[in-house]
Design a protein around this ligand. Structure first.
Ligand SMILES: NC(=O)c1ccc[n+]([C@@H]2O[C@H](COP(=O)([O-])OP(=O)(O)OC[C@H]3O[C@@H](n4cnc5c(N)ncnc54)[C@H](O)[C@@H]3O)[C@@H](O)[C@H]2O)c1
Ligand SMILES: CC(C)(O)[C@@H](O)C(=O)O
Ligand SMILES: [Mg+2]
Ligand SMILES: [Mg+2]
Length: 332
């Protein structure tokens, strides 16, 4: 059984007198800066320029500063910038000011694993990778809980890198749930795989395809939305809390039988075969190269895909239907 670190296995001691620079104030950045500060740590927010994130950080009571200034004043530097931005910021703003004994910290292993960032030998390099979106990392913390995370050490110059990773995980709230040790390789490859075939790519495509089939067959879009998209949350909440068997216990025998038979027909071995191809492309570095190239061209596929999604019938209908279903959701 894998070792799961919880609050009792972690102490803030190794980082309590350190200054921490959080670079970026987006999805993860705002959650980390706020959680670490609420845990009593000294946090600076470093940003490239004044703008939306800068204003938000100010509203949240930080005194945001330019990246170099945060780096010069920090012992621990946390990269919470988009993965494609981290290399340039590292080379131009972080590396020139790095001091022996600094810590470079990541929330995802992409830049280290694919060697976009190659740190000097005299710094610690480690990761705390939350297994959930940034806003939830903040929400759970505020409510007294925490989102689970993975920790990994790439370089242990001080000999204390794991203790410090666990300390940050504790300050983030992650050890209130559970933290598992991994490697940069395992985190990077599994995280990319999960978000591509399942969490972000797979689920969106599955729900949109099911919605489109019903609408194209003449059913009302609102009914199709309730059925194929809106109810997913309740089903996934049951899986989250009680596993697949718990979810199966909550649905009818008709749904069980139909689900078992049609599910395997739709998501068949050919889907698994393509999932394996996706994993191969991640492991070989082909996906990383493709994404770097796409980003270099201004990310046209990403921009077009998001626009298409935003203008889709399912999003239009969703905006109306969500108002209705959120009205019914109990406030917690
Ligand atoms: N989003 C998540 O929930 C999530 C979950 C786990 C791990 N991660 C990892 O956390 C890291 C941060 O991801 P995120 O989704 O929070 O980032 P994000 O896209 O929300 O980051 C936005 C921040 O980066 C700044 N930024 C954006 N473009 C920039 C540019 N060109 N130059 C300089 N600064 C720029 C913005 O001002 C903002 O402060 C990544 O390594 C990601 O893989 C994210
Ligand atoms: C929240 C996710 C999908 O788990 C994360 O990996 C990301 O990249 O945003
Ligand atoms: Mg990810
Ligand atoms: Mg992830």
């Amino acid at each position: 059984m894998v070792k799961i670190y919880t609050d009792k296995d972690a102490s803030l001691e190794p980082i309590k007198d350190k200054t921490i620079a959080v670079l970026g104030y987006g999805s993860q950045g705002h959650a980390w800066a706020l959680n670490l500060r609420d845990s009593g740590l000294k946090v600076l927010v470093g940003l490239e320029r004044e703008g939306k994130s800068w204003e938000q950080a100010k509203k949240d009571g930080f005194n945001p500063m330019h990246t170099e200034d945060a780096v010069k004043n920090a012992d621990i530097i946390i990269f919470l910038l988009p993965d494609m931005v981290q290399r340039t910021v590292y080379l131009e703003r972080v590396k020139p000011h790095l001091r022996s004994g600094n810590d470079l910290v990541f929330a995802h292993g992409f830049n280290i694993h694919y060697r976009l960032i190659e740190p000097p030998k005299d710094v610690d390099v480690y990761m705390i990778a939350p297994k959930g979106p940034g806003p939830i990392v903040r929400e759970y913390f505020v409510k007294g809980g925490g989102v689970p995370a993975l920790v990994a050490v790439h370089q242990n110059y001080s000999g204390k890198a794991l203790e410090k990773a666990l300390a940050i995980a504790k300050a983030l709230g992650a050890t209130r749930a559970g933290v598992i040790e991994t490697t940069f390789k395992e985190e990077t490859e599994t995280d990319l795989f999960g978000e591509q075939v399942d969490l972000v790519g797979g689920i969106t495509q599955l729900m949109r395809s099911a919605f489109q089939v019903l609408v194209e067959a003449g059913y009302q879009p609102e009914i199709a939305y309730y059925e194929t998209i809106n109810e997913m949350k309740m089903i996934v909440d049951l899986i989250y809390e009680k596993g697949f068997s718990g979810m199966f216990k909550a649905v009818s025998d008709t749904a069980k039988y139909g689900g078992l038979t049609a599910g395997k027909y739709v998501i068949d071995e050919s889907v698994k075969k393509r999932m394996k191809e996706v994993l191969d492309r991640i492991r070989s570095g082909e996906f990383a190269n493709q994404w770097i190239e796409e980003y270099g061209k201004g990310a046209p596929t990403l921009v077009k895909g998001v626009q298409e999604l935003e203008n889709s019938l399912e999003e239009k209908v969703g905006r109306e239907v969500r108002e209705i279903s959120l009205r019914g959701k109990p406030k917690s």
